[in-house]
Design a protein around this ligand. Structure first.
Ligand SMILES: [Zn+2]
Length: 374
């Protein structure tokens, strides 16, 4: 009897363990999205991480069509209503399913373009080299830059770089400039004095500077990592900043090492900074990977966009006249601070140079590039 009792107990235990480990699929909440580009379809993120159990397999389907076999993915749906079925499998080969609906609504009225996500294949317009006024009184024209400024620049710092915060605050105060700090959010949380804490960034935000994303973990191969990982990198860095800083909203990024996933990036950001070291030609700007010199506001760069000349030959001859310097830097060593300060003073000597937030210059450019005059 005693042996039989143990045997029955083991059956009970085994049954209970299996019941506990049975997977429960969670396909996420229903989504209703607008076809913002007016191209007949829209892309959404499907997320199943709220599923429970030791899950080893995922399958997202619409009807009999497999969308993805990843824990989360991008999926593009035509205008209309779609039922998505998620099937999860655990390590004991048990399965469970859940469904969710994606509704893509048609755009009515003017296009509300989310961003210009693609690399421009050709000039979008002829770049005016001078300030051009309409030939007839009362005619409208689109200014190349805000308030008809001649050229544009934006200042940004990567990799958190707390030791330079006070110096940058003082420099910006001299000229009334605001700048963008692209932060690695996991590094802030790790608490080292170079990368954090959050209170350092709250101070910058309270002074009117902008805190934006430089990913969660700052890896060097974001161009080849799977979508399921890049969704987490981009999405969770936004969540970290917005939940830790009062008043912060994140819509732009700087790509670690210039490497990125364009389709996933376009889901989360309206614009992002790359690392190629030239000014941006307004008619050819890749808003999801702006050219971005790490020489912060160097004289040769300022001259190239303001005067059409440069001490660096390839930036002269009007190659970048009226362009956008999307500059960035990392730590500026103490011995180099004075030289950088004189670069900034030189830039400030041009009242017709718009020094704006990275986000604002990118937004102005995208609105300009898609605007039409009736
Ligand atoms: Zn970096």
């Amino acid at each position: 009897m005693k042996n039989r009792y143990i045997y029955l107990s083991l059956i009970f235990l085994f049954t209970a363990t299996s019941a506990m480990a049975a997977p429960v699929a969670d396909a996420g909440t229903d989504q209703t999205v607008l076809d913002r580009e007016g191209d007949g379809s829209e892309t959404v993120v499907l997320e199943s991480s709220a599923s429970t159990g030791t899950i080893v397999g995922w399958e997202w389907k619409e009807g009999s069509t497999v969308i993805s076999t990843a824990v989360r993915c991008l999926a593009t749906f035509p205008v209309g209503s779609h039922t998505v079925t998620l099937t999860v499998t655990n390590d004991l080969a048990q399965v469970d399913t859940d469904t969710m609906n994606v509704t893509v609504t048609a755009l009515s009225g003017p296009k509300q373009r989310r961003n210009l996500k693609d690399t421009p294949g050709a000039n979008r317009f002829v770049r005016p080299l001078d300030l051009v006024w309409p030939t007839t009184d009362g005619e409208a024209d689109i200014c190349l830059w805000k308030d008809d400024m001649f050229a544009a620049a934006s200042l940004s710092v990567d990799d958190n770089t707390v030791p330079n915060h006070d110096w940058w605050i003082a420099q910006c105060n001299l000229y009334g400039w605001k700048m963008t700090w692209f932060v690695i959010t996991d590094q802030v949380l790790n608490g080292g004095s170079y990368y954090g804490p959050w209170s350092e960034f709250q101070q910058l935000a309270d002074l009117g500077h902008m805190i934006q994303s430089h990913s969660v973990t700052h890896q060097g191969n974001d161009d080849v990592r799977p979508d399921s990982e890049m969704i987490v990198e981009y999405r969770d860095s936004i969540t970290a900043i917005e939940s830790n800083l009062t008043g912060a909203t994140v819509s732009t990024a700087a790509w670690p090492y210039g490497k990125f996933n364009r389709d996933v990036g376009a889901m989360y950001y309206t614009a992002a900074r790359g690392t190629a070291g030239t000014p941006n030609k307004p008619e050819l700007t890749d808003y999801l990977k702006t050219a971005s010199p790490s020489t912060i506001m160097g004289k040769d760069y300022i001259d190239s966009v303001m005067l059409g000349t440069s001490g660096i030959s390839w930036m002269g001859n009007d190659a970048y006249t009226r362009g956008w310097i999307s500059s960035f830097t990392h730590l500026i060593q103490t011995g180099d601070l004075d030289a950088t300060a004189s670069n900034l003073a030189y830039a400030a000597s041009f009242p017709n140079l718009w020094v704006g937030f990275f986000k604002d210059v990118a937004r102005y450019g995208q609105e300009r590039d898609t605007a039409t005059l009736a």
